[in-house]
Design a protein around this ligand. Structure first.
Ligand SMILES: Nc1ncnc2c1ncn2[C@@H]1O[C@H](COP(=O)(O)OP(=O)(O)OP(=O)(O)O)[C@@H](O)[C@H]1O
Ligand SMILES: [Mg+2]
Length: 159
């Protein structure tokens, strides 16, 4: 079971930290961590990915991978070594999918692979470790639907 959140721009940095923490705590042993981002056009997938890069301490500027469908960033202080950012919006066929050559990225355990419009290629991918669906609530707010509870199992201090 997942959870729903209403999120504004100012909430994104904190939320990205939580997601980075979740990825660190759920790092797969023999393969990459897969984060699927789906939902409405302009829902905030790229913006969220930029905040996630910051949360992982990535110094490089995160570009929108719309024309080049895939970008790779180095992570320095984490159990992860690279963030791979993929945009499947323009993906039209299995041939397109194959030309991305995700295979090596998927088997490298120190990768976190973030895929915008993941549902367009999900049939050729393993199950995600976390999926987020972005929809508009208003011009200033988005609804994010998480496939998993981010803080599941964590005790919340009642001080
Ligand atoms: N949580 C948020 N609250 C309010 N506005 C947001 C939020 N996230 C993103 N935005 C704004 O929404 C617009 C679209 O964001 P973004 O490009 O990240 O969406 P996207 O889902 O990547 O779009 P696309 O479907 O084209 O890939 C930007 O102007 C961005 O600043
Ligand atoms: Mg985008």
């Amino acid at each position: 079971m997942g959870e729903l959140m209403v999120v504004r721009q100012k909430d994104l940095a904190g939320l990205a930290k939580n997601v980075a923490e979740f990825a660190k705590n759920h790092q797969p042993k023999n393969r990459a961590f897969l984060l699927f981002l789906d939902g409405e056009l302009g829902g905030g997938k790229t913006t969220f990915t930029k905040h996630l890069a910051k949360a992982f301490g990535i110094a490089q500027k995160v570009l929108s991978p719309t024309f080049v469908l895939i970008h790779e960033y180095d992570i320095e202080r984490s159990g992860y070594a690279k963030m791979i950012h993929v945009d499947a919006y323009r993906l039209e066929s299995k041939t397109d999918f194959k030309s991305l050559r995700l295979g090596d990225y998927l088997t490298a355990k120190q990768n976190i692979i973030v895929i915008e419009w993941a549902s367009r290629m999900a049939r050729w991918l393993p199950k995600s470790d976390l999926a987020i669906r972005f929809t508009h609530k208003s011009s200033q707010e988005r609804i994010l639907e998480f496939s998993r509870l981010l803080n599941a199992g964590k005790k919340i201090s009642k001080k």
